[in-house]
Design a protein around this ligand. Structure first.
Ligand code: C2E
Ligand code: MG
Ligand code: MG
Length: 741
C-alpha cells in the first residue's frame, strides 16, 4: 500500500506498519482510504478490481468516477452517510465502474476513520461480487422458471421427505382430488389404496433411489374419494447419499391409457378368437365342401352309369326308355305308322328271390334280359323298369305283330333257366297297348299295357292280354266306386252278412260252429256292389282301414249280441285285407275292440288270404305271432291260390286252412282238383292244422270232403250269407245237429 508513512524513529511502529502493508498487499479484498471524495491510498487488490495499473495509479483519483454515474455516487453517499456518521459500518452492494468503463457489482463495507471527525476520511473494503451476482441472478431466473414449470405442469409433482409431503403442485392435488394445500404435511399413504400397497411401493423404490437411479412404475393408486386411478410414477432422490433430504415424485394419470390398452388387449383377444373361429369354420366348410365335391363326383360318375342303363342287366332303364319311346312315338305319329308297347312281368318271381336268394333271382333276370334282347329287332327297345318288370317298345308293329312277338316271348321266358346247375322255370304275364288306339303318348300307353298285364295275371297268369276298352271302363268305374265308397260308412250303406260254418263230426253230423262276416255295400244308385269289386278299390285308396275297423267292431258286437240272446257260443271269422294286416296298429286294435265289447279273444278268427300272407312272409310271421299271443285264432283264406311255401306255412301261427272254392267247385268232375284237395287236407293234418272247405254247393262235394277228412265246411249247400237276424233264426232252428245233409 503506498505511500507508506514514515516510521524510522519508532522501530516497533515500523514493524507494525510493514506487517500491515503485507496484509493489505495480500488481502483478497480491495481496501481503499478515501478522503474528501479522493482516493488517498489503496491496496493491490483494489487497484485490480477497478482496473488501475497499480495502487499508486489510483491515488488522487476521484471516488465519484468509480461509480456508474454521478447520481449513483450521490445515491450511495446519501445511503451511507447517516450510517457512517453514526460511527457504524455501512454495508451495501453497488454497481461500480472499472477504468475501462466496464460496470460491475461490488460489495462495499465502509467506516469513518473517526466518527467524530468525518473529514478525516473513510476506509472502504470492496469485494468484486459481479460474478456471484450474475450467478445469483441466473439462479433466481432458474428458480422462477422452475416454479413456473412446477405450478403449471400437466403432471403431478410432489416432494416427499420421510414419506410426507413437503410440497406438491396443483396438478398433483387435482390428480387425487384434493384442494389446494390439503396434502401439505400428509403421509404419502393418502394416495395408496391400502397399507400393503403403500409399503410395497416404499420397498420397491428404495433400491433405485439409493443407487441414484430413477424409480419408474405404473401403479394403481387411489383418489381421496377412494376411486382407483392408474398412474405412471417417476421418482428420484434429491440427494442419493442422504435420503433424508427426500425425493421428488412425478405422477401422471394413465387411467385412460390403461383402459385403452386393456381395450386393445381385449379387442385383440376378441379378434384372435374370431379369427380362430372363422379359421375353424372355414376349415370345416372346406372339409365339408371337399367331401361334398368328392361325393358329388362319385355320385355323378355313378349317376352317369346308372342314369340311362340298368345296373344288373345292362338294358336301358326307365329314363332311357322314356326318351327312346317318345322318339319312336314321334316318328310313328309323323309317318302314320303303328307302334306297340309291351309290359312283361314274371309270375311269382318273388318266390324265386325268397326261396333261392337274390343272387339266383338276379342271374335269372340277367338271362331273361338277354333272351328278350335276342328276340327283338334292332329298332326295338327292351328296357328294365326294376324288379321283374320289363317294357318293350316296338315301332312298326301292329296288333298281329305284337301278338306274334308276345307268343314268342311267352315261349322264350318259359323255357328253363340254368343257374348254378339248378333248372328254374318261370312264366311271364304280358300286357300290350297299341299306338295310337290306346294312347297318344308313352305314359298313357305304358299305363294301358300295365293294366292289360294285370288282367293277364288275373286271368290266371302265364298269358298276354291286349288293352281293351272294357279295361278302360273298368278303371273309370274304379274311380267312381272309390268316390262313392268314401261316403259309404257315414251314410250307413255298409252292412255285414253272416255265413254259417259247420264242423263235420266223425259221426257224420254237421254242426254250426261259427259264422264268417262278409261285407255288403248297398249303394242307392249302384245297388249291391260285390266285395270282390269294391274291396280292391278300398285297399288301393286306403279306405280299407276305417272300413275294416268298422267290420271288426260290428262283427264282434254282433257276436256279443248273439251270446246275450242265448245263441250257442259260436266263433266269428272276420276277413282281413293285406293292407290292414300290414298296418302297425292291427294287434292293438283287435285287442282294444275285444276288450271294449267284452268278447274273449279265442272266439275271434281272423282270415288272411294266402296271397297276403305270402306277400311278405317275415312281416306276416311277426304279426301272426302278436295276434296269436293275444289269443286270437288265425286262418289262411283261399288256400291253394297263393303258392305257399311249406317252410313258411310251418312258421305261420295259423290254426286253419280254408280250401279255396275254386278247387271245391269241380271236385266231382276234375281229378286234378280232387288230388289237390286231398293233398291239402293231408298236408294240413301233418302240420296239425284244421281244414275248412269253402263254396260247398253239392252233396257230392260234401261227401268227398267228409271222406277225405276235411273238418269243416261252408257254402250255399247249407246257407248263403245271411243278415244278422236271419242268421240267428237259422241257428235257433237248427240247434239240433243237422243230419239231413
Ligand atoms: P271269402 O272270404 O273267400 O268269402 C267267401 C266268398 O264266397 C263270399 O263271397 C261268399 O258269399 C262266397 N260263397 C260262400 N259260399 C259259396 C258257395 O257255395 N258258392 C259260391 N259260389 N260262393 C260262395 P263274397 O261275400 O262276395 O266275398 C268275396 C270276398 O270278398 C271274400 O272272399 C273276401 O275275400 C272278401 N271280403 C268279404 N268281406 C270282407 C271283409 O269284411 N273284409 C275283407 N278284407 N274282405 C272281405
Ligand atoms: Mg273269407
Ligand atoms: Mg275264401
Amino acid at each position: 500500500m503506498s505511500p507508506a508513512p514514515d516510521s524510522s524513529d519508532n522501530p516497533a511502529l515500523g514493524q507494525a506498519l510493514r506487517e500491515l502493508d503485507v496484509i493489505l498487499a495480500n488481502a483478497g479484498v480491495g481496501i481503499v482510504f478515501v478522503k474528501a471524495r479522493t482516493l488517498v491510498r489503496c491496496n493491490q487488490r483494489y487497484a485490480e478490481i477497478y482496473g488501475f495499473d497499480s495502487p499508486e495509479a489510483a491515488v488522487g483519483c476521484s471516488s465519484t468516477e468509480l461509480y456508474e454515474t454521478e447520481e449513483a455516487a450521490c445515491g450511495l453517499g446519501a445511503r451511507a452517510y447517516p450510517v457512517l456518521a453514526a460511527g457504524e459500518t455501512f454495508r451495501g452492494e453497488q454497481l461500480m465502474r472499472r477504468q475501462n468503463g466496464e460496470v460491475f457489482w461490488a460489495h462495499l463495507t465502509g467506516r469513518l476513520i473517526d466518527a467524530d471527525e468525518p473529514a478525516s476520511g473513510s476506509i472502504w473494503i470492496v469485494d468484486d461480487i459481479h460474478e456471484r451476482k450474475l450467478a445469483d441472478a441466473a439462479l433466481a431466473d432458474l428458480h422462477a422458471e422452475q416454479q413456473l414449470i412446477f405450478d403449471h405442469a400437466m403432471v403431478g409433482i410432489v416432494f416427499l421427505r420421510g414419506r410426507r409431503v413437503t410440497r406438491c403442485n396443483r396438478a398433483f392435488e387435482q390428480l387425487f382430488g384434493y384442494g389446494p394445500g390439503e396434502l401439505d404435511g400428509q403421509l404419502s399413504r393418502a394416495w395408496y389404496l391400502s397399507d400393503e400397497d403403500w409399503k410395497a411401493a416404499g420397498d420397491l423404490c428404495y433400491e433405485p433411489l439409493v443407487r441414484g437411479d430413477a424409480f419408474h412404475a405404473e401403479m394403481l393408486l387411489g383418489r381421496k374419494d377412494g376411486t382407483p386411478v392408474w398412474c405412471e410414477v417417476r421418482s428420484k432422490a434429491i440427494d442419493r447419499s442422504d435420503l433424508s433430504r427426500g425425493s421428488i415424485w412425478i405422477t401422471q394419470d394413465i387411467t385412460a391409457r390403461k383402459h385403452a390398452e386393456q381395450e386393445l388387449v381385449e379387442a385383440k383377444a376378441q379378434l384372435m378368437a374370431i379369427v380362430e373361429q372363422r379359421t375353424q369354420e372355414l376349415s370345416r366348410t372346406v372339409a365339408a365342401l371337399e367331401l361334398k365335391i368328392a361325393e358329388q363326383q362319385a355320385a355323378e360318375a355313378r349317376a352317369e352309369r346308372l342314369a340311362l342303363f340298368d345296373g344288373l342287366t345292362g338294358l336301358p332303364n326307365r329314363h332311357l326308355l322314356a326318351d327312346r319311346a317318345s322318339q319312336a312315338i314321334d316318328i310313328a305319329r309323323r309317318n302314320d305308322e303303328p307302334l306297340a308297347v309291351l309290359f312283361l312281368d314274371l309270375d311269382h318271381f318273388k318266390n324265386v328271390n325268397d326261396t333261392l336268394g337274390h343272387r339266383v333271382g338276379d342271374a335269372l333276370l340277367t338271362q331273361l334280359a338277354a333272351r328278350l334282347r335276342g328276340a327283338v329287332r334292332e329298332q326295338d327297345t327292351v328296357a328294365r323298369m326294376g324288379g321283374d318288370e320289363f317294357v318293350l317298345v316296338l315301332p312298326l308293329t301292329d296288333v298281329a305283330g305284337a301278338a306274334h312277338l308276345a307268343t314268342k316271348l311267352m315261349a322264350l321266358a318259359s323255357a328253363p333257366f340254368q343257374v348254378d346247375r339248378q333248372e328254374l322255370t318261370v312264366t311271364p304275364s304280358m300286357g300290350i297297348a297299341m299306338f295310337p288306339t290306346d294312347g297318344d303318348d308313352f305314359d298313357t300307353l305304358c299305363k294301358c299295357a300295365d293294366a292289360a298285364m294285370y288282367r293277364a295275371k288275373k286271368d290266371g297268369r302265364n298269358a298276354y292280354r291286349f288293352f281293351t276298352s272294357e279295361m278302360q271302363a273298368q278303371s273309370a268305374r274304379a274311380l267312381m266306386l272309390e268316390n262313392a265308397l268314401r261316403r259309404a260308412l257315414e251314410r250307413r250303406q255298409l252292412s255285414l252278412h253272416y255265413q254259417p260254418q259247420f264242423s263235420l263230426d266223425p259221426d257224420g253230423e254237421a254242426r254250426i260252429v261259427g259264422a264268417e262276416a262278409l261285407l255288403r255295400w248297398q249303394h242307392p244308385e249302384l245297388g249291391w256292389v260285390s266285395p270282390a269289386e269294391f274291396i280292391p278299390v278300398a285297399e288301393a285308396s286306403g279306405l280299407i282301414l276305417p272300413i275294416g275297423e268298422w267290420v271288426l267292431r260290428e262283427a264282434v258286437s254282433q257276436l256279443r249280441r248273439w251270446d246275450d240272446a242265448g245263441l250257442p257260443g259260436l266263433s266269428m271269422a272276420v276277413n282281413l285285407s293285406a293292407v290292414q294286416f300290414r298296418h302297425a296298429d292291427l294287434p292293438q286294435l283287435v285287442e282294444r275292440v275285444l276288450s271294449e265289447i267284452g268278447v274273449p279273444a279265442e272266439r275271434l278268427e281272423l282270415e288272411l288270404t294266402e296271397g297276403a300272407a305270402m306277400d311278405d312272409p317275415a312281416v306276416a310271421i311277426t304279426v301272426m305271432n302278436e295276434l296269436h299271443a293275444r289269443g286270437v285264432l288265425l286262418s289262411i283264406d283261399d288256400f291253394g291260390t297263393g303258392y305257399s311255401s311249406l317252410s313258411y306255412l310251418k312258421k305261420f301261427r295259423v290254426g286253419k286252412l280254408k280250401i279255396d272254392q275254386s278247387f271245391v267247385r269241380d271236385l266231382t268232375d276234375d281229378a286234378e282238383d280232387r288230388a289237390i284237395v286231398d293233398a291239402v287236407i293231408r298236408m294240413a293234418a301233418a302240420l296239425g292244422l284244421q281244414t275248412l272247405a269253402e263254396g260247398v254247393e253239392t252233396e257230392g262235394q260234401l261227401a268227398f270232403l267228409r271222406r277225405h277228412g276235411c273238418q269243416a265246411v261252408q257254402g250255399y249247400l247249407f246257407s248263403r250269407p245271411l243278415p244278422a237276424e236271419a242268421f240267428a233264426e237259422f241257428v235257433l232252428a237248427r240247434t239240433a245237429p243237422i243230419s239231413a245233409y
